[in-house]
Ligand binder design. Structure first.
Ligand code: B12
Length: 215
């Protein structure tokens, strides 16, 4: 679909006005909004990330922030049209970016996809201290903990948090799913959690786990 590519280009260009106008157009055409978010917005940000990785010194971080703004502005247009009001949620998810890391675009997309799939998501934000995660999990009797990090040094924050969850006897009660560019299947296996490299797949993975548990 052409408008997905246009939307992705608007994010790459950091053109909020254009992104919003394309998003409105997509809605008026009755196109699948999950598809628009993934194939348009997410794809645009992925290309920006690749450009940054390849030509790091020529693409200032400010440009990336402008792309992120365009993505968020378009998301605001889509949000009211996603069914986020499921009266009976599938499960309660606590989500956040671990301590030391402020990259939250992937986490925000994961949150949105989970909400759109019927999960109740409590967002702890970014650069989250371990005790905040523990408190939020306990207060909300959470079923799932979803963690994100894009930086290698902050993998340690995930390891430390898992240790703390064990001490609090919470690890076995929770399904723990991690994502973000710094995470890997190997790392996830080592610490006994689930790995997912794609925000749009998280709900499917959790659906299967929850179904498995119920049967
Ligand atoms: C955008 C960006 C920024 C923005 C962040 C804006 C924001 N609000 O998030 C700004 C400019 C602020 C920034 C700052 C910094 N950045 Co930066 N940044 C990036 C960049 C270019 C893109 C990241 C991004 O948003 N990608 C798009 C999103 C959609 O992708 P994503 O997060 O990977 O998420 C996808 C999946 O991973 C998954 N996912 C993510 N989380 C989760 C969680 C769950 C549960 C699930 C299921 C899935 C999932 O779903 C998403 C979509 O499918 C990357 C480079 C790159 N190539 O990735 C560097 C990068 C991550 N940054 C880097 C660094 C070093 C920094 C700084 C330290 C720079 C500095 N010297 O100040 C600071 C960070 C300070 C800190 N303490 O956090 C490094 C990290 C190196 C490393 N591996 O350790 C990178 C890799 C650049 C590089 N090549 O050096 N950055």
């Amino acid at each position: 679909m052409n408008s997905f590519k246009d939307l992705s280009n608007a994010v790459i260009e950091g053109n909020s006005e254009l992104a919003v106008s394309i998003a409105k157009n997509i809605i008026s055409q009755g196109v699948d909004i999950n598809d628009a978010i993934f194939k348009g917005l997410n794809e645009g940000m992925r290309i920006v990330s690749d450009l940054y990785a390849e030509r790091e010194y020529f693409l200032p971080e400010i440009i990336i922030s402008i792309s992120a703004d365009a993505l968020y502005d378009a998301l605001e247009v889509f949000k009211p049209h996603l069914d986020l009001t499921n009266t009976k949620s599938k499960a309660i998810v606590v989500i956040g970016v671990v301590h030391g890391d402020v990259h939250d675009i992937g986490k925000n997309l994961t949150k949105l996809f989970l909400e759109a799939s019927g999960y109740k998501v409590i967002d702890c934000g970014r650069n989250v201290q371990p005790d905040i995660f523990i408190k939020t999990i306990k207060e909300n009797n959470a079923d799932v903990l979803a963690l994100s990090t894009l930086m290698n040094p902050t993998l340690e924050s995930i390891t430390n948090l898992i240790e703390l969850l064990k001490e609090e006897n919470l690890k076995e009660k929770l399904k723990i799913i991690i994502g973000g560019a710094a995470t890997s299947e190997q790392f996830a296996q080592k610490i006994g959690v689930i790995h997912c490299d794609d925000a749009s797949k998280a709900a499917k993975i959790l659906d299967e786990l929850i179904l498995e548990e119920k049967s």
